[in-house]
Design a protein around this ligand. Structure first.
Ligand SMILES: Cc1cc2nc3c(=O)[nH]c(=O)nc-3n(C[C@H](O)[C@H](O)[C@H](O)COP(=O)(O)OP(=O)(O)OC[C@H]3O[C@@H](n4cnc5c(N)ncnc54)[C@H](O)[C@@H]3O)c2cc1C
Length: 386
């Protein structure tokens, strides 16, 4: 990593994705959300154009790029008002883990569909009782002859209704009371014993979250991705990309909010001049612009470290980027709503929905408190607090 600017190729990618997403736009996205429809058209179009699997090896239908590329795609979609949460999950988490740890046969079976958008894969780690403490998950995998039998519950799993498969994080049964031994399985969402129900959320998005019920779901031996004893390393391969993607999702939303707010502040006049003339309106937006650019820089650093193979360095940077991006996005959305006055809370202007969408970034995929715990312990050397 020798430069503070992105390559011309990456910048061109951003322009192309922005142009494509701009054809759809925020109004199209919110209309889909409010009518209970899906964003499949956009999803498949970014798949056809090679953006969805841009981080996946070319031999499996991908673009052979890195997390920096897929993060740029994710950010530009959000910056056009079309944030696609499943990008974080399907190509970045599942795509990365399968590319790194799947067998040649598993890669050939699942990656092409992830790349072209016809085989979206969800990711399920969160459980009702374990919550943030993922070491405590109780979804268990038991060997039965040549197959595996899975039992457990998952919560807040995004996009179950749009996915053919879900990558489930479980633990092997004999480790129930000992150290967690996470194991990963690709489970068909239509499998016997597998059910999911939507959780009513206040987020204005066509992408929904689900409760998942796994009761004696029987899987063939080759549903197991990676080594049974591979442990946390295999899981973390997907979690750093997840944080980098979540950061990009947040900075994209923040850019969208600021863009709309600046446009509005230039046009709306209630005293003698546009409201953007007043520093009380302009300064908070300028402050957010700075905070968002700083978060973007850290996100790009995290992606560059990850793509260079430095998993440890990427871990710290990805946590910091995700924290900074979520904070910047929450403030940007709030300030953008304020600049709109009453219009900021109307459905017509569609700004208030950004408050919840950006707020989710402080909670998921890892909460701000857990990032602060991580930085206190790993970056500052303070005692472990949890
Ligand atoms: C929109 C959305 C989409 C999601 N999609 C997915 C998905 O696709 N797949 C998936 O597996 N999960 C998904 N999640 C789940 C998400 O990862 C969890 O919500 C998140 O990890 C927090 O877990 P929890 O909700 O159980 O909160 P809890 O663990 O109950 O935590 C509650 C609060 O306590 C704080 N806290 C807990 N322990 C500590 C501590 N030791 N120190 C300081 N503070 C602490 C937390 O930071 C948090 O603020 C999604 C969540 C949302 C909101």
């Amino acid at each position: 990593m020798t430069s503070y600017t992105e390559s011309e190729e990456r910048q061109a990618l951003r322009r192309e994705v922005a142009k494509l997403a701009g054809k759809y736009g925020r109004e199209w996205f919110t209309e889909k959300a409010r009518s209970g429809e899906k964003t499949t058209d956009l999803w498949l179009e970014i798949g056809r154009n090679g953006y969805l699997g841009i981080n996946i090896p070319e031999e499996y239908g991908g673009g052979g790029g890195g997390i920096g590329d897929i993060a740029a795609v994710c950010e530009e979609l959000a910056a056009q008002g079309c944030p696609l949460l499943l990008m974080v999950v399907s190509p970045a988490i599942c795509g990365t883990i399968i590319s790194r740890y799947g067998t040649a046969e598993q890669k050939a079976r699942w990656l092409p569909g992830i790349c072209d958008g016809t085989g979206t894969m969800a990711f399920a780690i969160t459980e009702p009782d374990a919550g943030t403490n993922t070491h405590n998950i109780s979804t268990t995998a038991r060997r039965d002859g040549d197959s595996w039998v899975l039992n457990g519950r998952k919560i807040y799993i995004s996009g179950m209704d749009e996915s053919d498969h879900v990558l489930v994080v479980a633990r092997t049964e004999d480790s129930r009371t000992g150290t967690v031994k996470p194991v990963l399985f690709v489970v068909p969402t239509g499998a016997d014993g597998f059910e999911y129900r939507p959780i009513p959320m206040e987020i204005v998005s066509p992408e929904l979250q689900f409760q998942v019920f796994i009761d004696d779901v029987r899987l063939p031996a080759d549903a197991l991705v990676g080594d049974e004893d591979g442990g946390l390393v295999q899981l973390f391969a997907g979690l750093n990309p997840e944080r980098i993607m979540a950061a990009s999702f947040s900075t994209g939303l923040a850019r969208f909010a600021l863009d709309r707010a600046a446009t509005y502040a230039k046009e709306r006049t209630v005293f003698h001049a546009p409201i953007g003339t007043h520093q009380a309106v302009a300064h908070p937006l300028a402050q957010s612009k700075i905070e968002v650019e700083l978060a973007r820089l850290m996100t790009q650093k995290a992606a560059a470290l990850y793509d260079s193979g430095d998993d440890v360095g990427a871990g710290e940077a990805a946590n910091m980027a995700k924290y900074a991006a979520a904070e910047a996005a929450c403030d940007a959305a709030d300030r953008a709503v304020q600049a709109h006055g009453g219009n900021g809370i109307t459905q017509e202007y569609g700004m208030a929905g950004l408050l919840v969408a950006t707020r989710a970034g402080r909670i998921a995929p890892v909460s701000r408190e857990m990032i602060l715990n991580y930085v206190a312990m790993h970056s500052l050397g303070l005692p472990k607090s949890y």
